[in-house]
Write a new protein. Sequence first.
Length: 217
Amino acid sequence: MTEQEIFGRVDHTLLSAAASWEEIKILCDEAVRFNTASVCIPPAYVRPVFAEYGGKPVICTVVGFPLGYSVTAAKTMEARAAIADGAAEIDMVINIGDVKNGRFDLVLDEITAVKKECGGNILKVIVETCYLAEEEKIRLCGIVTEAQADFIKTSTGFGSGGADIEDIKLFRRHIGRSVKIKASGGIRKREDFEAFIACGADRLGTSSAVKILCSAL
């Protein structure tokens, strides 16, 4: 797999609370130069990035991030505002507490509500695998599929663990055919990029792609 093929699957990411405008601009310039799938940036930067760059790079942002326990109304409002500001892709965090309480009906309702706000824009659902038992992961594959989200995503990168190859394999076995997979968190080597893609990841969320791959271009 070539470096450019890998870049085409990367959501080039900077979600630090202390990210400056200059750092965000560097991220976006790199995304344009290397033709990444998107930039994933904090919601407050969506409008200025769209004003500066337009639709290139594709703008992705986060909702209910990173803990997921904000109420559904807040998440739908975040999604609506982000899309109005110029975001084309939304990465939302589910309510892990609802999963642990067995309230999968609430998880389904929430994803469905956010997907409705997204309309034709892409919705990726972050399930934060590091906190989940295997049966919960399998159940969430069905819920993400039923809610007609576009992606299931492993992690925020802010939890106790990140993407894992075995989780990608499990997702691939249980997710619906229309749903893609995003691996995120702890992807820091070229071998990681290739391994996750080989196992079925359609997108990779990482801040390290340019540093790792650009020297080979």
